[in-house]
Design a protein around this ligand. Structure first.
Ligand SMILES: [Zn+2]
Length: 332
């Protein structure tokens, strides 16, 4: 089963050096510890092949507050990480390349190459709306509007669900949709998601969020917002993070993922379902009760979805076709 995974922090993990792990060193960008082709992370090129990846969204995660502490701008950190991403991809030109639309995925498929989308998790690197045009030219496909800090864009779910987008955030979403950059509402407060939906003229994505009714974490989406995202043609990438799957949980089990997919399906239909694992954005502690340890374990989810009552067409939608539809509609 082909797979489009909407969210992975692997390239940020390659950029930061876990061997050093000191705050100051985090911004040197001189990690030699990991390689994209083969590493000990949740994702590498070999693992993407094994998972039958059609396209992988790699985010550049920007720690906005640490940028301030270290006297660099989030834009500077963005360009450093972007260059690192391009360097990493350029080391393996026969195996993978950056894509920005559907035709490029199809071209890579013909050449038996993997496809990588580049995205940014933390919108605050944008301080002037005109920067969005450069970001589009660089091939950035989506921007997660906020991470866990309140910024000039808006308020995250981690801080206050009742305060949403700020004026700059509204302006940014409008311009992103004009320019052809997907707006990602994962991490945004409930009010913020409602604000994006209120002005949105295109489908939006929640790249890595689950259903709050099944797991009470503030990062998960309440039913009313799941329904509205679906009504407007958007997609929700169900993720693997243990504490987003189930309260008081440390394991990633296929059943937990299936429960979230079933709930969202029953509530909002099949067309909004997608996968956004958040691999390499959290630690997995291998133990005997954990079922998913890397992206290589994802194909089994497809089999288990069939066993639990989804049909082949529906599983294809969840694994990649719904994502392809939104990619085509927004990125072309
Ligand atoms: Zn995240």
């Amino acid at each position: 089963m082909k797979l489009i995974d909407l969210h992975a922090d692997t390239l940020t993990a390659l950029y930061y050096d876990p061997a050093i792990n000191g705050v100051a060193q985090e911004f040197t960008g001189q990690s030699t510890f990991h390689r994209l082709d083969k590493n000990t992370l949740h994702i590498d090129l070999e693992k993407l092949r094994q998972a039958d990846s059609l396209a992988q969204f790699f985010v550049l995660w920007l720690n906005y507050k640490k940028c301030e502490e270290h006297g660099i701008t989030a834009w500077q950190l963005f360009t450093k990480q972007y260059n690192e991403l391009i360097n990493q991809l350029n080391k393996h030109p026969e195996q993978i390349s950056l894509v920005t639309n559907l035709a490029e995925i199809e071209e890579n498929q013909k050449q038996n190459k993997l496809s990588a989308f580049a995205c940014v998790e933390e919108g605050a690197f944008i301080t002037e709306i005109s920067q969005l045009r450069n970001v589009k030219k660089m091939g950035i496909s989506y921007i997660t509007l906020v991470w866990n800090y309140e910024t000039h864009i808006g308020v995250p779910s981690a801080i206050d669900q009742t305060r949403g987008l700020k004026q700059f955030g509204f302006d940014m979403v409008e311009e992103m949709q004009k320019t052809g950059i997907m707006a990602d509402v994962s991490h945004l407060s409930d009010q913020g998601v409602a604000d994006v939906l209120s002005i949105s003229k295109k489908p939006i994505i929640a790249s890595h969020s689950n259903a709050r009714v099944l797991c009470s974490h503030t990062r998960n989406l309440p039913d009313n917002l799941i329904k509205e995202i679906a009504t407007q043609g958007g997609i929700i990438g169900v993720n693997c993070v243990p504490h987003f799957l189930k309260d008081n949980n440390i394991d990633i089990k296929y059943d937990y993922l299936i429960q979230h997919l079933q709930h969202i399906y029953q509530l909002a239909g099949i067309d909004c379902l997608a996968i956004g694992n958040d691999f390499d954005g959290f630690k997995i502690k291998p133990n005997s009760t954990n079922e998913i340890n890397t992206i290589v374990d994802l194909p089994i989810l497809a089999d288990k979805l069939i066993q639990s009552g989804f049909n082949q067409t529906q599983v294809e939608q969840i694994f990649y076709k719904n994502s392809l539809r939104v990619i085509k509609e927004i990125l072309g």
